[in-house]
Design a protein around this ligand. Structure first.
Ligand code: OSB
Ligand code: MG
Length: 368
């Protein structure tokens, strides 16, 4: 491979409904798409998953664009690359900025798979032809609305319900959901809204048989998660705390989590994701693929990574229509009875509809 041109499309797409967590609400989603074109004319796609503001990790759309233009694109452009793993090596001299790195690395993986005429899923060693999915539901303005939304997605067949919690919206909400829906597969995600002082409160979740509690404590605090896990029965899943293979290794070594939510962007790309996947398999840690409210390209990459055998729990990769009036890929990602059928066509397996891409594009830059 030799990437001769990279286009970066800044995008703005309005979500059908706002999505709220303990730290922020997203509706008008700003993000960007990376298009990499190889010397043979093959096109690969990646999606930047940083948000506009740094409430989830430190990256933003603007920091990603800066890193791409000043550092990452120059490292990749016009370089002969045998395998996408080399992109990860090229980026070693650059600290963090995982989402920026992942967006371009994804595009190179897509080119690579298309050059082999194979699906991205098969190129990375994925074996599943269908993946089970759950749904992540934001904090709703009222309990009644929250229950309605849960009911709607249960009827659509989603295999696991995840709700967001924060202080003042936690134990009681779980109790009401259990009373209404019985023993459905249910989990909660705190997005770092608690501290160790809340240990007694978090213990009150134990009787509700939750699949897990996701990221209860600070994003940069693996040690206290280990302390908390010794005190509570509910398995802890880490999201924000795991930004690299070493984070995963450390967290597992000290017992800070029993489950990992993997997001390709948060860990710096597919090569790193594969390493973390293999580590989880080897260490017996449950693994599933999280989401960043992606449009179709990011969603397609999530589908591909989830075909690896270590992804043993339903992820957050819901249907395109859960987020968007129209997505920028054809076909859109669809869910039937809680299952996504994995495409077997080359690369990410979905076509990018460039007219829709341009419809939601607010500015475009070309690097060559
Ligand atoms: O914590 O997993 C999270 C959305 C935005 C930021 C962080 C998170 C989420 C979700 C939704 O839970 C995942 C999705 O449906 O894409
Ligand atoms: Mg989370």
């Amino acid at each position: 491979m030799n990437i001769k041109q990279i286009d970066v499309f800044q995008m703005e797409m309005k979500m059908k409904t706002p999505f709220s967590t303990s730290f922020g609400t997203v509706q008008n989603k700003k993000f960007y798409i990376v298009k990499a074109i190889d010397e043979s004319g093959i096109v690969g796609w990646g999606e930047g998953v940083a948000f506009e503001a740094p409430w989830y990790t430190e990256e933003t759309v603007e920091t990603s664009l800066h890193m791409l233009e000043k550092f990452l694109i120059p490292l990749v452009l016009h370089r002969s690359i045998e395998h996408p793993n080399e992109v990860d090596v090229l980026f070693h001299s650059i600290r963090r900025n995982q989402m920026a790195k992942a967006s371009i690395e994804e595009a190179v993986w897509d080119v690579y798979a298309k050059l082999q005429n194979k699906s991205l899923a098969s190129v990375i060693g994925g074996t599943r032809t269908a993946i089970d999915v759950g749904i992540s539901i934001g904090i709703e303005p009222t309990m009644e609305k929250q229950l309605q939304v849960i009911e709607q997605y249960l009827q659509l067949g989603y295999k696991r319900i995840k709700i967001k919690i924060k202080p003042g919206w936690d134990v009681e909400v779980v109790k009401v959901i259990r009373d209404r829906f019985g023993n459905i597969p249910l989990m909660v995600d705190a997005n770092s809204a608690y501290t160790l002082k809340d240990i007694l409160l978090l213990k009150q979740l134990d009787p509700y048989n939750l699949l897990m509690i996701e990221q209860p404590l600070a994003y940069d605090d693996i040690v206290n998660h280990a302390t908390l896990q010794r005190e509570i029965k509910t398995p802890i899943c880490l999201d924000e705390s795991i930004c690299s293979y070493d984070d995963a290794r450390s967290a597992i070594a000290i017992g800070a989590c029993k489950v990992i939510n993997l997001k390709i962007g948060r860990v710096g790309g597919i090569t790193q994701s594969l390493k973390i996947h293999d580590l989880c398999v080897q260490q017996g840690i449950d693994l599933w693929c999280g989401g960043m409210l992606e449009a179709g390209i990011g969603r397609a990459h999530n589908v591909a990574i989830t075909t690896l055998s270590g992804f043993n729990l339903p992820g957050d990769t819901a249907a395109s229509s859960r987020y968007w009036e129209e997505d920028i890929i054809t076909p859109e990602v669809t869910v039937h009875d809680g299952v996504i059928t994995v495409p077997s066509t080359p690369g990410i397996g979905y076509e990018v509809d460039e007219s829709k891409l341009l419809k939601y594009c607010t500015s475009k830059r070309t690097y060559k």
